[in-house]
Design a protein. Structure first.
Length: 372
């Protein structure tokens, strides 16, 4: 059985590398580790932590004038239904795309002039990367401000998939590009002009603007910001239909990566009444797209001889259901991979079906070793 302290240590390392643009494990592995901890200790302090401390990159640190907490997560429609049931809400939602990039907070003063752009950091303090952000698309230098106070715009920095192979051919994926480029100080910072910022929340003064979420998004668009695709969903049934539609068709057609949908209560008074817990708003939740992965226990490693005479190590493990199929073994491909994963009988492993077809051992959870 995996020790909780070691599990939390793995999660914190993975979260730190993720928010600093150098992820050490896949999203599937990270979610699987979080689910494992949630089963063992659902009230652990880890779940109240936000983001990661600002990195030591030389950027000036900046305190956030408004909350930059993270959203709670639902991995299935059943978990979404439970979230709605516990809060007593069954209708009146706004559904928007959960962009897979780097969170940013833009500040505009009472005159509508751009003041700063800060990374999320630990939710309380981030890094002032204003110089880089001003080069990006979707960031007005001045907006029309009739609110009488400062305006704080929460957004996400992303790299479009069509741009990625052209301008960033050496980077592994768009999400890493967005994070690494946005915080770059060397000559490569000029690449920021190829990144985009999408806005999805607005706060006024020291509190949230008490207007509906849908009105808030329209207002941001009127001010000149790009927003992720969104729509009002009257009932939870409509929300679930949108979720299925995105999984089957829409997600792959987008020019940017998303890893789920954000479900929010549209009525600001209901959202305010629900409040938050440890910085996580109770009136919003991220409904993640499914990862076809699961944790299980390794039983044995056998050697299999193929038709060409090649001998390959194969992991035998307790049966898990992935993408509708029961899986109990997976090729380890070669001796090097076997050695990298440090596998042994009885260890807990993460297993996936890549492209919903080929079983794959992603990592040894007991040892905190993953091979992407």
């Amino acid at each position: 059985m995996l020790n909780i302290d070691n599990l939390v240590k793995q999660l914190r390392v993975a979260r730190d590398t993720y928010y600093h643009g150098t992820p050490s494990i896949s999203d599937a592995a990270f979610d699987a580790l979080e689910n494992e901890l949630r089963k063992k200790d659902p009230t652990h302090d880890y779940f109240s932590e936000v983001g990661a401390p600002a990195s030591k990159t030389g950027w000036e640190k900046i305190s956030h004038p408004v909350d930059m907490g993270s959203l709670g997560k639902a991995q299935t429609k059943e978990e979404l239904q439970e979230w709605a049931r516990l809060r007593g809400i069954q209708d009146g939602f706004v559904v928007s795309e959960k962009l897979d990039g780097i969170s940013i907070l833009l500040t505009y003063n009472q005159a509508g002039n751009f003041v700063s752009a800060a990374t999320r950091g630990d939710g309380v303090q981030g890094e002032d990367i204003s110089r880089n952000v001003l080069l990006m698309k979707g960031v007005p230098k001045k907006i029309e401000n009739k609110t009488g106070g400062s305006i704080y715009v929460r957004g996400e920095i992303v790299c479009h998939k069509s741009i990625h192979p052209i301008e960033f051919p050496d980077d592994s994926n768009p999400r890493n590009t967005a994070s690494g480029t946005a915080k770059r100080q060397n000559a490569g910072w000029m690449k920021c002009r190829h990144l985009n910022v999408y806005a999805y929340r607005m706060d006024v003064g020291n509190g949230s603007a008490l207007i509906t979420k849908s009105t808030q998004l329209r207002y941001l668009e009127d001010l000149g910001f790009q927003t992720p695709n969104w729509r009002v969903a009257k009932t939870l049934v409509v929300v679930e239909g949108l979720y299925d539609f995105y999984i089957k068709t829409t997600r792959e057609s987008l020019d940017y990566d998303i890893d789920g949908l954000v479900i929010e209560v549209n009525d600001p008074f209901i959202a305010e009444k629900l409040g938050s817990h440890n910085g996580t708003p109770k009136g919003s939740i991220a409904l993640k797209f499914p990862h076809e992965s699961a944790t299980t226990t390794l039983i044995d490693i056998v050697w299999q001889t193929g038709r060409t005479g090649r001998v390959t190590p194969v992991a035998i493990f307790e049966t898990v259901n992935l993408a509708g199929a029961n899986v109990s073994k997976a090729s380890l491909h070669n001796l090097k991979r076997l050695e990298q994963l440090k596998l042994y009988a009885g260890c807990e492993i993460l297993v996936s079906r890549r492209n919903d077809v080929i079983p794959q051992v992603e990592g040894n959870i007991s040892e905190g070793v993953f091979v992407q």
